[in-house]
Design a protein around this ligand. Structure first.
Ligand code: NOS
Length: 324
């Protein structure tokens, strides 16, 4: 038996590809510490059908069609169909408007939630879910199986803006805004949650000159990323005063592999589900005993990333894309 193989972290990536999702998936496939056991898809950067198509396409690019793709929900946890899709960040096709041909593969019969529940049951405590989009599929898995929260290992999620402005509006970060009700279910579920918000991911930047390095490398993932990165760079140049792009999804993926790349606070997170602050994530640090019972009282705690080893993450992303 291959000892190294035994120690690999089993991962399911819940994803809405998405340019930075593509990067995270490639980094995962190049990470010796990880065995990707499946991709599940969700709306967010694109609609769910396109997310599924892109997930299959990316696995074909990587030569990893052995990895199953389970399609996720097309609507929010409250059955909402008015979805907010960020095509202005990723292109209409989600992958930089390159209009790749349709993939040959198809998703498996199980839904994302069914796949998550079954895999967690098969390997209790061993699977890490990396959630890179709105949290609908994870909330559905929690509703489907009361034991899911204890069967699943860790849920590392990209979501929230903790003590900083959001990226959809001053209150809300995109993934939480996409399905705030699902996010509140996940945060208060009692599962082992590690939330990586944009307060952290905005510190991990791929610069314009990093893109030149990728361009010059022979790595197949580096070359593919250079083809699709234009839209993502243009969006950042227009929207932010940074000379580069934020590595939201690859950062979350690498933190899921090695949580010591961040330091965390532990406390209770609730999500605002209505009004002008819909999608706001509010962290309670448990430092005070409030006189009255409130909506945070007695809820399970989660870990929220506060500081990040950005240079190490940046180097890992560059190395893994270039050595592919
Ligand atoms: O302005 C934005 N609106 C919507 N989605 C965004 C925006 N900026 C980045 N992302 C996407 O949302 C996740 C992080 O919040 C990332 O997946 C990123 O690609």
């Amino acid at each position: 038996m291959d000892h190294q193989q035994n120690k690999k972290k089993k991962m399911i990536i819940d994803t809405d590809p998405g340019i930075d999702d593509a990067m995270a998936i490639f980094v995962a496939l190049q990470s010796p510490e990880v065995e990707v056991i499946g991709l599940t898809t969700i709306y967010g950067n694109v609609y769910t059908s396109l997310a599924t198509r892109n997930a299959l396409h990316l696995l074909e690019i990587a030569g990893r069609t052995d990895i199953p793709v389970a399609e996720g929900s097309h609507v929010t946890i409250t059955k909402g169909t008015k979805l907010r899709v960020a095509d202005f960040v990723h292109g209409v096709d989600g992958l930089g408007n390159l209009n790749f041909p349709p993939p040959k593969g198809t998703p498996i019969k199980e839904t994302a939630a069914e796949f998550l529940v079954r895999q967690a049951k098969l390997c209790p405590g061993e699977i890490t879910v990396v959630a890179l989009g709105p949290l609908t599929n994870i909330a559905l898995a929690i509703e489907l199986d009361p034991d899911f929260c204890k069967n699943i290992g860790q849920i590392a999620l990209l979501g929230g803006a903790f003590s900083v402005n959001g990226n959809v509006n001053p209150a809300a970060e995109a993934n939480i805004f996409g399905d705030p009700d699902a996010a509140d279910i996940v945060f208060t579920s009692g599962a082992d949650i590690l939330a990586v918000g944009i307060n952290v991911t905005h510190q991990v930047i791929m610069t314009d000159s990093d893109r030149d390095l990728l361009e010059q490398s022979d790595g197949k993932f580096a070359k593919y990323m250079c083809k699709i990165l234009d839209v993502y760079y243009s969006y950042h140049h227009e929207s932010y005063n940074t000379k580069g792009v934020y590595l939201h999804d690859p950062t979350t993926l690498l933190v899921a592999i090695n949580p010591s790349l961040v330091t965390c606070m532990e406390g209770v997170v609730r999500v605002q589900t209505t009004g002008i602050t819909r999608g706001l994530t509010i962290f309670f640090n448990k430092q005070k005993r409030f006189a009255e019972v409130n909506e945070w009282t007695g809820k399970p705690t989660v870990k929220v990333a506060v500081t990040v080893d950005a240079p190490t993450i940046h180097k890992l992303v560059m190395d893994r894309l270039m050595n592919s």
